[in-house]
Design a binder for this molecule. Structure first.
Ligand code: AMP
Length: 469
C-alpha cells in the first residue's frame, strides 16, 4: 500500500480548504456582478475535445494529458483545462441558441502531467470564465477588467497586466512564415522543445524559458509588424477601453500563451509584491475566434481567462490576506462528569439547531483537558454543563479569549446565546451618518450611507438601518 498521494497531487485540508473556498466564493461573487453564471462540467471528456479544442500543437496535448481507454475502449482524458470542455458543453446543450453572449464561469480541478515543482502540480484547481457570442473589443476588455477586479476583491493591490495581440488568421500565417525563416538559422543551437516547436507551433518558441533561446528570440521578427489593419484597429480599441478603466498594463510581444486556440487579444496577469517582486502569472486568457466552430458548433467568437487557485492561495498566505480566516467554532460544550454526558449531548444538538457551530466530547474528560481542547479548536465560548448547573437550570458560559464567565439560562438558551453572539456576529454597521440609537458596542453609528450594512436585530438596538430599509 502506498501512503503517498500520487506524484504531483496533494491533499487539501485545514486552513487551505477554507482559503481555497474563500477564493472561489470571492471570485464567483465578482463574476456574478458581471452577470456570469456558473457551469459545472465533467472531469472526463472524450480525448478529441482537447486534441481538437486545446490544439494538437500545444504542449498540453502533446505531452501533458492524462489519457486512457475506458472499459468500453473509448479514449478519454481528464481535463487539462476548461475552455475546450465549456465549448463542447455549449454545443452539446445548444446553449448558443439562447441569449448571447453566453457568460459562464467555472471552478474545479484540472490535470496536467507536468514536472512537479513549487506551485506546479499535476492536479490543481482553476477558476475561470468564458464569454461566447460577441466579437466586440469591449467583450475582450470586460474579460480583463473582471479578472483584475476579482484579484482586487481578494485583496491584491499590485496587479501587473501583460497584453499582446496574436492577430487574425492572416496575421498569424504571415508571422509564422517569418518566424520559421528567422529561427531556421538558429535552431541547431536551441533546445529540443524549440526544435519540435519550429515545425508544430513556431510562435511558442517566443515563450521558451531557456535563457540562450530567449536571447535568440530577442532578434526574431515582432508580431506587431505583421498585424493586419483590422487586427491592429481591434487591438488598439481594446487597449483604449482598458486604459479608460484605469487599468495599467504593459505590452509584451513575447506573450503567446500555450494553447492553440487563441487569436487577437491575449493577456496574462502577474502579481507583484509592494517592492515590485514578480510572483509570476496567476491568470492567463484571451480571445478565441474559431474554437467553437472547430469543435463543430456555430462560428461564434469567445474570450476567457483561467486563474490558478493554488497559486492564489499561496500568494494570499504570503501577503497576509487570509490572516482573518480561521477554522473556528462558536461553542464547545463541556460535560463535567459521566452523568451529564447525555444532557451535554442534547445541549450540543440544540446549539447546532440554533445555528451555532458546536462540538463536545463523546466521553467524559478532565476539565483542564476539555478547556485546552476548546482553545485548540478555536472555540469562542465554552459552555459548562455540570450536575449542579443542570439542577438549577443555569449553565456557565466562558469567553475563551477574555476568560470572562457569565450564567446563561437553559430554558432561554437560544435567546441568551443570541444576546451573546448577536451583536458580535450579525452587526456589521459601518454607518457614520445616521442617528442610530444602537447601543451595541461595535456600533457607534451616527449615520448611514451606502456602507451601512447593519444587520443587528438585537433587542435594545434601535438601529433602523436594516438591509431592507
Ligand atoms: P493556463 O491554462 O496554462 O493558462 O494556466 C492558467 C493558470 O493556471 C496559470 O496562470 C497558473 O496560475 C495555473 N496553473 C497552470 N498550470 C498549473 C499547474 N500545473 N499547477 C498549478 N497551477 C497551474
Amino acid at each position: 500500500m502506498q501512503y503517498q498521494p500520487v506524484k504531483g497531487t496533494h491533499d487539501i485540508y485545514g486552513k487551505e480548504v477554507l482559503g481555497m473556498r474563500y477564493i472561489e466564493t470571492v471570485l464567483a461573487a465578482a463574476c456574478e456582478l458581471y452577470n456570469y453564471k456558473e457551469i459545472m462540467l465533467p472531469t472526463l471528456e472524450y480525448t478529441e475535445v482537447f486534441s481538437r479544442g486545446t490544439g494538437a500543437g500545444s504542449d498540453i496535448v502533446r505531452k501533458e494529458m492524462y489519457t486512457f481507454l475506458d472499459k468500453g475502449n473509448r479514449s478519454v482524458t481528464m481535463r487539462p483545462e476548461f475552455t475546450a470542455g465549456v465549448m463542447r458543453s455549449i454545443i452539446s446543450n445548444k446553449l448558443y441558441a439562447g441569449d448571447l453572449p453566453l457568460k459562464l464561469f467555472y471552478s474545479g480541478a484540472a490535470y496536467r502531467y507536468e514536472r512537479p515543482q513549487l506551485g506546479r502540480y499535476r492536479q490543481f484547481h482553476q477558476f475561470g470564465i468564458e464569454q461566447v457570442g460577441s466579437d466586440n473589443a469591449r467583450a475582450d476588455a470586460e474579460c480583463v477588467i473582471l479578472a483584475v477586479s476579482g484579484l482586487q476583491m481578494l485583496g491584491f493591490q499590485n496587479v501587473k497586466v501583460k497584453i499582446n495581440s496574436l492577430g487574425d488568421a492572416e496575421t498569424r500565417a504571415n508571422y509564422r512564415e517569418a518566424l520559421v525563416e528567422y529561427f531556421k538559422g538558429h535552431i541547431d543551437e536551441m533546445c529540443s522543445d524549440c526544435k519540435e516547436r519550429l515545425e508544430l507551433n513556431p510562435l511558442r518558441i517566443l515563450d521558451c524559458k531557456v535563457e540562450h533561446d530567449q536571447e535568440i528570440a530577442k532578434g526574431a521578427p515582432r508580431i506587431k509588424d505583421y498585424l493586419t489593419e483590422a487586427s491592429e484597429k481591434r487591438f488598439y480599441e481594446t487597449l483604449s477601453i482598458i486604459n479608460a478603466m484605469g487599468i495599467e498594463y504593459e505590452l509584451d510581444e513575447n506573450l503567446v500563451r500555450g494553447l492553440d486556440y487563441y487569436s487577437e487579444f491575449v493577456f496574462e496577469i502577474h502579481l507583484t509584491s509592494p517592492e515590485g517582486k514578480d510572483y509570476g502569472a496567476v491568470c492567463g486568457g484571451g480571445h478565441y475566434g474559431g474554437l467553437l466552430k472547430e469543435l463543430g458548433g456555430p462560428d461564434l467568437a469567445g474570450v476567457g481567462f483561467a486563474m490558478g487557485v493554488e497559486r492564489l492561495y499561496s500568494l494570499m498566505m504570503e501577503n497576509h490576506l487570509l490572516d482573518d480566516i480561521e477554522e473556528g467554532l462558536d461553542l464547545y460544550v463541556m460535560p463535567v462528569g459521566e452523568k451529564v454526558l447525555n444532557d451535554a449531548f442534547e445541549i450540543t444538538m440544540a446549539c447546532r439547531s440554533f445555528g451555532y457551530s458546536t462540538d463536545s466530547p463523546f466521553q467524559s474528560m478532565k476539565f483542564g483537558t476539555m478547556f485546552k481542547k476548546a482553545e485548540k479548536l478555536g472555540a469562542k465560548y465554552a459552555l459548562i454543563v455540570g450536575e449542579e448547573e443542570l439542577e438549577n437550570g443555569v449553565l456557565k458560559i466562558k469567553n475563551i479569549a477574555t476568560q470572562e464567565q457569565q450564567e446563561i439560562s437553559l430554558e432561554n438558551l437560544q435567546e441568551e446565546l443570541h444576546d451573546i453572539f448577536g451583536c458580535e456576529e450579525e452587526h456589521h454597521c459601518h454607518c457614520h451618518e445616521c442617528e442610530c440609537d444602537c447601543d451595541c458596542e461595535e456600533c457607534d453609528c451616527e449615520c448611514g450611507d451606502e456602507e451601512h450594512e447593519c444587520h443587528c436585530h438585537e433587542e435594545g438596538c434601535h438601529c433602523h438601518h436594516h438591509d431592507d430599509e
